[in-house]
Ligand binder design. Structure first.
Ligand SMILES: [Zn+2]
Ligand SMILES: [Zn+2]
Length: 391
């Protein structure tokens, strides 16, 4: 490894305890999408202390931020942080480790700023990945317009350079019927809860006729007020996922038809609620960026697991990858076999294993950022590949 990369690695190690503390603080105070006030504050404080110029509430998103480290005219490379938690199960997606890895990478680059090639390093805080589409709002606000390449890491139970992401759309179904006494006058009622239950049954039948990589899953958000009242209102939220946006749109139509059929069967009226800003796009792969990241991982002695094909999620980093070259490698922060969005993953996200993975990811991102600043041809190759790749 070159001397400066060694120095980057040592800087991350030196900051190890501070970074672990940052990670533990965020983990211990889980904040939901767009409410990550404390997490954003701690990250801003940390980056400011490392010499970044930090702007808060960028792109009109209160809990977003952008730290900038500038060494002259050159490429602009963004390192992304997520820090939102999940309802009920806290940091079961390990976003505390994502934020820490991003902040650590930025800090390591700041530690060698006098020897960095010319360019601009951004550490961008992107709220509300879990369903809120924070990055989509930042894209629309122009935050990624002058960025040449972006990277982030996500916690997982193994190291994987690239994982495909499914496109996703989120749909709300609201059924309105008519209330009546469920025992005295049930024939006077129109049962909105039945429409929700029938929608789930229709979707279950649909599910056996879709391709294995598609995903349809929902919850009941309102199911009535009391058993002795025929529910006059009931609602459900569904996520519909597929590998390409046209396939998502096609599947979405079939899921809406399931709800329409349920409304017809029960005599209820249906309102379909759309959430366009939370539609996430599939991940566009970028081998040029991935190759640089992987070489750095190998230099750090990290061995990647074989590629995964069946454990598929979605993220708004997919949207970023559709507007600029971007990667989201997976870092090992939990024992192999630990499912994400589980209580076990939440517990793992602050263990010594998580610290080890997070620090290695911070080093690899900082080293990859250094490679991009040092080699304009690599930035150009990532751009060319981005232009040539359809989706
Ligand atoms: Zn998640
Ligand atoms: Zn996540």
């Amino acid at each position: 490894m070159t001397a400066i990369k060694d120095e980057i690695g040592r800087a991350v190690e030196r900051l190890g305890d501070d970074l672990e503390q940052l990670s533990r603080r965020i983990h211990g105070t889980p904040e939901l999408a767009y409410q990550e006030v404390k997490a954003a504050g701690w990250l801003v404080e940390f980056l400011t202390g490392q010499g970044f110029k930090v702007e808060r509430s960028i792109g009109g998103v209160e809990t977003a931020f952008r730290g900038t480290l500038e060494t002259g005219a050159g490429p602009t490379i963004a390192i992304l942080c997520e820090y939102d938690a999940l309802p009920g199960i806290g940091h079961a997606c390990g976003h505390n480790a994502i934020a820490t890895a991003g902040a650590g990478a930025g800090a390591a680059l700041a530690a060698v700023r006098d020897r960095l090639p010319k360019g601009r390093i951004l550490v961008i805080g992107t709220p509300a990945e879990e369903g809120g589409g924070g990055k989509v709002r930042l894209i629309h606000a122009g935050v990624f317009r002058d960025v040449d390449a972006a990277m982030m890491v996500h916690g997982f139970d193994r190291w994987v350079g690239h994982m495909d992401l499914l496109g996703i759309t989120r749909l709300g179904f609201e059924f309105t019927g008519k209330a009546a006494h469920a025992s005295a006058d049930p024939w006077e009622g129109v049962n909105a809860l039945d429409a929700v239950i029938q929608t789930f049954n229709n979707v279950s039948m649909l599910r056996q006729q879709v391709r294995p990589e598609a995903r349809i899953h929902g919850i009941v958000t309102q199911g009535g007020q009391a058993p002795n009242i025929i529910p006059e209102f009931a609602a459900a939220t569904f996520y519909v996922r597929a590998p390409r946006l046209d396939l998502v749109a096609e599947l979405r139509q079939r899921v809406v038809a399931c709800a329409e059929g349920a409304a017809a069967a029960t005599g209820t009226s249906l309102k379909v609620v759309e959430h366009p800003e939370t539609a996430y796009e599939p991940m566009k792969r970028n081998e040029a960026l991935l190759g640089a990241f992987r070489a750095n991982l190998r230099a750090l002695g990290v061995t990647e697991a074989p590629p995964l094909t069946d454990r598929l999620g979605s993220s708004d980093v997919g949207n970023v990858s559709q507007v600029i070259p971007a990667i989201q490698p997976l870092m090992k922060i939990a024992p192999e076999g630990t499912a994400i969005h589980s209580r076990a993953f939440e517990a793992a996200a602050i263990t010594p294993l998580a610290r080890e993975g997070t620090l290695a990811a911070a080093k690899a991102m900082a080293m990859t950022t250094y490679d991009l600043l040092a080699d304009p041809a690599l930035v150009a190759a990532a751009r060319r590949e981005f232009e040539a790749t359809k989706a």
